[in-house]
Design a protein. Structure first.
Length: 304
């Protein structure tokens, strides 16, 4: 096990937005392989990602873990707004930051994304040739299918009408409408209601870094986000998918079907439980799978 230290860091997106996060640096001389991490839908780096970053850093990797724009310590307006394609563009800039860092071997950079960012990891794995290994944990595969499963058919027209009402209001100059991310109260409009989702999002995080709300337009973007179409194009970059066997958020069956479409080299690790199990009760299994994947594919002999 390698010793390491953590520093606050920041980098700038194309439009000048400053993104902030943590940089974990090995205490031994470099250059070292590196991995970039990002959090899922409407969360922050404080939502279950720090243990993964520490596990990878203990293996001698430089680790960059950042907050998406509009969340946590990163700049960006409106706050608590999720645009998948903007997040992907920002994450590509994070890779450029790592690539240029003197402690990093630019030929050995990997990517780890979870949930919504697991979908981003598939997109970047297919489109950024700098990557040497990708891990997609409980990844979003199809926003269309997730919407179909979550919204009852009899409620779908009203659901879509609400999204379009917000679009029209914003076109008229109004601020984006907001809704709760989680709520156990059926009278409160929210993205998630399951007890495990409520517990995950409402876990203790530092005061002031997160609020239980998200823009309604984030939901509109999520309904049409289809990162699964990129899965066959990740190859020849090695792809590890970590799938929960009872996932009703990003959907177990769609993830398994996507894995079937992926080309070699690939590996599937399944974890018993729901969407949030890899962060908590099955963290040892999920983290060990990712650590082994990075050890295998970010070794010096994997360099082109």
């Amino acid at each position: 096990m390698s010793t390491f230290h953590r520093e606050d860091t920041e980098f700038t997106a194309d439009d000048g937005t400053v993104l902030r996060g943590w940089l974990y640096l090995p205490d031994s001389p470099g250059p070292h392989p590196a991995v970039s991490l990002a959090h899922g839908y409407a969360g922050t780096r404080h939502h279950g990602l720090e243990p993964f970053a520490e596990a990878f850093a203990a293996d001698g990797l430089v680790v960059l873990l950042h907050d998406h724009r509009g969340f946590g310590a990163s700049d960006g307006e409106p706050r608590q707004d999720v645009d998948p394609w903007t997040q992907i563009a920002d994450w590509r800039r994070a890779l450029s930051y790592l690539e240029a860092h003197p402690a990093v071997d630019a030929g050995r950079i990997g990517l780890w994304g979870t949930s919504y960012a697991g979908g981003h990891a598939l997109v970047l794995g297919a489109t950024d040739p700098r990557l040497r290994a990708v891990v997609a944990q409980v990844p979003t595969i199809s926003g269309t299918e997730q919407t179909r499963r979550r919204v009852r058919p009899e409620d779908l027209a009203v659901f879509r009408a609400g999204l379009l009402d917000d679009e029209r209001d914003r076109a008229a100059g109004k601020a984006p409408a907001r809704r709760a991310i989680v709520s156990a109260d059926p009278a409160v409009p929210a993205s998630y209601r399951a007890p495990d989702a409520v517990a995950f999002y409402l876990q203790d995080v530092p005061e002031g870094v997160w609020s239980n709300e998200v823009t309604v337009r984030s939901t509109l973007a999520a309904t049409s986000y289809e990162p699964g179409v990129y899965v066959p194009h990740v190859s020849p970059v090695p792809l590890l998918m970590v799938v929960a066997t009872a996932d009703t958020v990003t959907l177990t069956d769609t993830a398994l079907a996507a894995y079937g479409r992926a080309l070699e080299p690939k590996r599937l690790v399944t974890i018993a439980g729901g969407h949030f199990a890899p962060y908590r009760e099955h963290f040892p299994t999920a983290s060990a799978a990712a650590r082994a994947w990075f050890a295998e594919h970010l070794s010096p002999e994997e360099r082109p």
